[in-house]
Write a protein that binds this ligand. Structure first.
Ligand code: 3PG
Ligand code: MG
Length: 433
């Protein structure tokens, strides 16, 4: 299976007694606490394989966005520390990672990884005295996101301590020093999670048909390029959230409260694009209008059939699709016959409006023959929160796949090839047949 990937692979790397620098995406901390360990757990296989092959691991990840966009200051501290991840490894696997205590040189972060403490830790790692090293948040380093030579400098510093680099951070698709530049300086390969994610992505590039994609979101303009790419690929596209509201307004000429002008513009263009294949866009017929976003209250919310809303009407907030949409015969048939689903969708304004998402995921789950790909932090979070039973089964059901990176999947779909992800392209450059 994996030979499909034109990348150097972890399985083929010689790691015996080698120091292995591993980039994970353990970006799961909110306010200093692990929100959901799914992304960490998904990397265990890679870590086990490295250790089984005799490698000695130095791990790294980014956490959050510690850089102040206005003045470039990097704010280090407990909110974006990797310490909760280190504690998690200790608790769960009894592996004790040591973290060098590096202080920022100035407001722009840590300039130097190379120091006595790091030298000593690596010596201990080589000697088998410690289990592994976990570096501080990569975004605490001045070079990580830099646009000048300090990015290369940081990549060189990282490489100076290791023999091999493994990228297992599918979710970290941005081209930064730790994801994109290190392969310039070290033999490099893709980790096991990265491979799994890319093979599942490939199912979207070369879909089994019928292929149904469901995309929802709070903003149209951030997903518009992905939507164009998906529309060309799918047999059926279903929209939800503000994206769907904007689409409906643009298509049927009624207005819905709270849609930004830039989203309306995107929607108008998208509506005309869909006219080449109108049969592909499946409109969920029932939507939920609410007078308030503060909650779901008797008498303050109502269901509309989109075909009964007159052009020119002014609707209040539309905060969900009604579950009845997923009883509609045409839609049930499409969902039951699908061979592939891609879902990046929370249908309603949660926590109050979740019934659309529940009805949608319940209907998808009934199709046992389809491959079901889910991606996106909120998509998975709401799946887990509102359908815990189905989610728990789905985790171990091979007809499901949960991507660990939402932005990464959308970006990769838009690029049309996994090589459009720059860190993956950097690995591909090192591929030898
Ligand atoms: C994520 O959580 O979306 C990934 O870890 C990427 O994070 P970023 O969008 O801050 O680069
Ligand atoms: Mg993100």
């Amino acid at each position: 299976m994996t030979e499909k990937l034109k990348l150097p692979l972890l399985q083929n790397a010689d790691l015996k007694n080698k120091i292995v620098l591993v980039r994970f995406d353990h970006n799961v901390i909110k306010k200093g606490k692990i929100q959901d360990s799914f992304r960490i757990d998904s990397t265990f296989a890679t870590l086990f394989r490295i250790i089984a092959k005799g490698g000695k691991p130095i791990l790294m990840t980014h956490i959050g966005r510690p850089k102040d966009k206005k003045n470039g200051q990097i704010i280090t501290g407990s909110e974006t520390s990797v310490q909760p991840v280190i504690n998690y490894f200790k608790n769960k696997l009894q592996i004790d990672f040591m973290c060098p205590d590096l202080k920022p040189d100035d407001m722009y972060g840590i300039k130097n990884l190379q120091c006595n403490e790091m030298d000593n830790l690596v010596k201990d790692l080589k000697a088998g005295k410690i289990d592994g090293i976990y570096l501080p948040n990569t975004r605490w380093f001045a070079g990580e996101e830099a646009k000048d030579e300090s990015a290369d400098n940081f990549a060189k510093q990282l490489s100076s301590y290791a023999d091999v680099y493994v990228n297992d951070a599918f979710g970290s698709w941005q081209a930064h020093a730790s994801t994109f530049l290190v392969p310039k300086y070290l033999p490099s390969c893709a980790g096991l999670l990265m491979q799994k994610e890319l093979l599942n992505l490939d199912m979207i590039y070369q879909p089994q048909r019928p292929f149904v994609a469901i995309v929802a979101g709070a903003k149209f303009d951030t997903k518009i390029d992905t939507l164009y790419a998906l529309f060309d690929k799918v047999d059926y596209l279903v929209l939800g959230g503000v994206i769907y509201n904007a689409y409906l307004s643009a298509k049927y000429g009624f207005s819905i409260k709270g849609i930004a002008p830039e989203d309306m513009k995107c929607a108008e263009q998208f509506v005309s694009y869909t006219k080449k294949h109108p049969e592909k866009l499946i409109e969920l017929p029932y939507i939920v209008e609410s007078d308030t976003m503060e909650g779901k209250f008797e008498g303050q919310s109502r269901i509309h059939n989109i075909h009964n809303i007159k052009s020119g009407s002014e609707l209040n907030f539309v905060l969900d699709v009604a579950p009845a949409s997923f009883d509609d015969q045409h839609i049930v048939e499409i969902f039951n016959n699908a061979k592939l689903f891609f879902v990046n969708a929370v249908m309603g304004y949660t926590p109050y409006f979740y019934e659309g998402t529940v009805a949608m995921n319940t209907l998808i789950d009934k199709n046992k023959n389809a491959r079901k790909l889910f991606g996106g932090g909120d998509t998975l979070q709401d799946f887990k929160t509102f359908l815990p039973g189905i989610y728990l089964n789905a985790i171990d059901d091979t007809s499901y796949y949960m991507f660990t990176g939402g932005g990464a999947v959308l970006n990769a779909i838009q690029q049309g090839s996994y090589l459009g992800l720059k860190p993956v392209a950097a690995l591909a450059e090192k591929y030898q047949k």
